[in-house]
Design a protein around this ligand. Structure first.
Ligand code: ZN
Ligand code: ZN
Length: 410
């Protein structure tokens, strides 16, 4: 294993395929091939350039690389547990395509800070696909909704997610509850921020549907199938575009749908939970409870390996753990008992570039402190209603001992 959790097998595979690919690719790719992704509104001071001859920098520096017209970039925004840490926040993946489209799969608690560290064009981050409604998968949805609205999104945000076994357990009810809960927040900002950005459009679909389309636009097809996790109403997704396929497993016990519909994935991600003993030690649980959670509610490493041996993706990605050195060793040992193919154990801000020919795994290099991304003129021009103000009663409570400076002239 190297520092990035990429197995030797994968390094070898990537290296061999890379030589053939880059000779060909450098002849084919030209500026036009990169034109679509160049449309991103990037922060001032950053100029994305195309990658020549597959010579990716060792680290991914956000907003410095143009995606190829047939290239996909997958960034693990969160790979940890519900009790997020600075090293591993809760689950989220960002998928960016060479046509400029961007998709977020799950947005667990804490994922927003990693997303923000990439200084993305928030006007394009308007599609979230929720695997299920655990807080470690949707806890930062309102953070993205409001934070993205503050940072460049001037259109509605779309949340795709499953029904539950009853209406109140479905995605629609989740959003309605969130909007009620954040009524005060939304009221303070509406009028000051672009009106349309306040809206959430929910696309709720039947959790039982098997490999049915939940999204299809601009050459991108996203399908869902059921997962087995806690209660009914957990799903997995497969994204297909230009002959590339990324699968996001969500949370699940090994199931027959995943092993069938994840087939032909270039990158198949699936939870790879701590094995029982390591989980018991981590949480201080007894071994019985840890065994139940690790092997009945989730997928422990040997089971993950068996799933990947059945699916045979170009790269298997495991996530949903806390990566201490001891835990990592326990996870890797388990996986390698049942799977010897290409493997990456995802860490927060791991970046995977995918083309037909290569798969490149790196870590992103980001600053602890980043400025908000620049917003577009369209964001500045988007209609805003009149701003609301506190009542006269509240305003009369202003302390007379302070006078604010005059407002600047327009
Ligand atoms: Zn869960
Ligand atoms: Zn989870």
């Amino acid at each position: 294993m190297n520092n990035y959790g990429l197995s030797k097998t994968c390094t070898r595979l990537v290296g061999t395929a890379a030589i053939a690919m880059f000779t060909m690719a450098s002849m084919i790719m030209n500026n036009a091939a990169y034109a679509a992704s160049a449309k991103d509104n990037v922060p001032s001071g950053r100029t994305p350039v195309k990658i020549v001859d597959g010579q990716y920098p060792a680290s991914y520096f956000p907003n410095t690389e143009l995606l190829g017209a047939d290239e996909m970039r997958i960034t693990a925004l969160g790979t940890g547990m519900p009790n997020q840490t600075r090293a591993a926040v809760s689950i989220s993946y960002l998928v960016e395509l060479g046509n400029g489209d961007k998709f977020i799969f799950d947005i667990g608690s804490g994922a927003m800070s990693n997303l923000f560290s990439l200084r993305p064009d928030f006007s394009k981050l308007d599609k979230v696909f929720a695997s299920h409604l655990h807080v470690d998968h949707v806890g930062d949805f309102m953070g993205l909704h409001i934070g993205g609205w503050l940072s460049g999104r001037y259109n509605p945000i779309h949340l795709y997610g499953p029904t539950g076994s009853t209406p109140e357990l479905g995605t629609k009810a989740f959003v309605e509850g969130m909007q009620k809960g954040y009524a005060w927040d939304l009221a303070t900002r509406s009028g000051a921020l672009p009106d349309k950005g306040a809206q959430v459009v929910v696309h709720e679909f039947d959790y039982k549907q098997e490999n049915e389309v939940v999204y299809q636009q601009n050459g991108v097809t996203i399908r869902s199938w059921p997962a087995i996790h806690s209660l009914d109403g957990s799903v997995s997704y497969g994204l297909e575009w230009k002959g590339l396929k990324y699968v996001f497993g969500g949370d699940t016990y090994p199931n027959r749908w995943y092993t069938e519909y994840a087939k032909n994935a270039d990158v198949a991600s699936h939870e790879c939970f701590l094995p029982p003993k390591a989980l018991a030690e981590y949480f201080g649980w007894d071994l019985g409870q840890a065994t139940y959670v690790s092997t009945r509610i989730h997928t422990e490493p040997q089971a993950f390996g068996k799933v990947m041996s059945a699916v045979k993706p170009r790269l298997a990605v495991g996530y949903h753990s806390v990566q201490s050195p001891g835990n990592n060793a326990a996870i890797t040992d388990g996986v390698r008992k049942t799977y010897d193919g290409p493997l990456a154990l995802a860490r927060d801000l791991m970046v995977i570039n995918v083309t037909k020919e290569i798969i490149k795994v790196r870590m992103a290099t980001v600053d602890e402190y980043v400025l908000p991304p620049d917003v577009t003129q369209a964001y500045k021009d988007a209609p805003r209603s009149d701003k609301k103000h506190p009542s006269k009663w509240t305003m009369d409570g202003k302390w007379k001992g302070y006078t604010p400076p005059p407002m600047p002239k327009k």
